[in-house]
Design a binder for this molecule. Structure first.
Ligand code: FES
Length: 145
């Protein structure tokens, strides 16, 4: 009789510990994924026509496809063209250009980048990847590599 009761208690203990470990792993895994942002790389030598000159007046930006990811072309108020990956280095949201503040911002967790791609504030761990910009006739060419 005593052995039978101990067997049931051992079974319940194993069941409770198993449930605890399952709940612990379901809690810890998403936290670890949140804290370690995913990395990705574009293939070398990507080059695209990002926009026509007339599409991007000063102090505006355009999101365009660059390889399989979005990129952002910015025509600054000081008449420079800049291009960056539009994928936030925190959790991969697409960034936007904030015309009033002249910064690149990520609305997901309020990350902010300067016009050199560096992180100004918020959770992004790395700067945005910058791409080369060239003007060819009335087109703006963005390339990497
Ligand atoms: S995904 Fe951009 S700040 Fe979190």
């Amino acid at each position: 009789m005593l052995n039978r009761v101990m067997g049931r208690l051992d079974f319940i203990r194993i069941l409770v510990r198993g449930c605890f470990l399952a709940i612990l792993s379901m809690t810890v895994y998403p936290i670890l994924r949140y804290l370690t942002p995913p990395k990705f790389r574009l293939p070398r030598d990507v080059s695209v026509t990002a926009a026509k000159l007339s599409e991007v007046p000063p102090n505006t930006a355009k999101i365009f496809p660059f390889g399989s990811k979005p990129a952002i072309l910015i025509h600054t108020a000081s008449d420079e063209y800049k291009a960056f990956s539009a994928v936030c280095t925190h959790l991969n949201c697409t960034v936007q250009y904030d015309q009033k503040a002249s910064v690149i911002m990520c609305a997901c967790h309020n990350g902010r980048y300067g016009l050199d791609g560096r992180v100004i504030s918020g959770p992004p761990p790395r700067p945005l990847e910058e791409y080369k910009v060239a003007l060819r006739r009335d087109e703006i060419i963005v390339s990497k590599g």
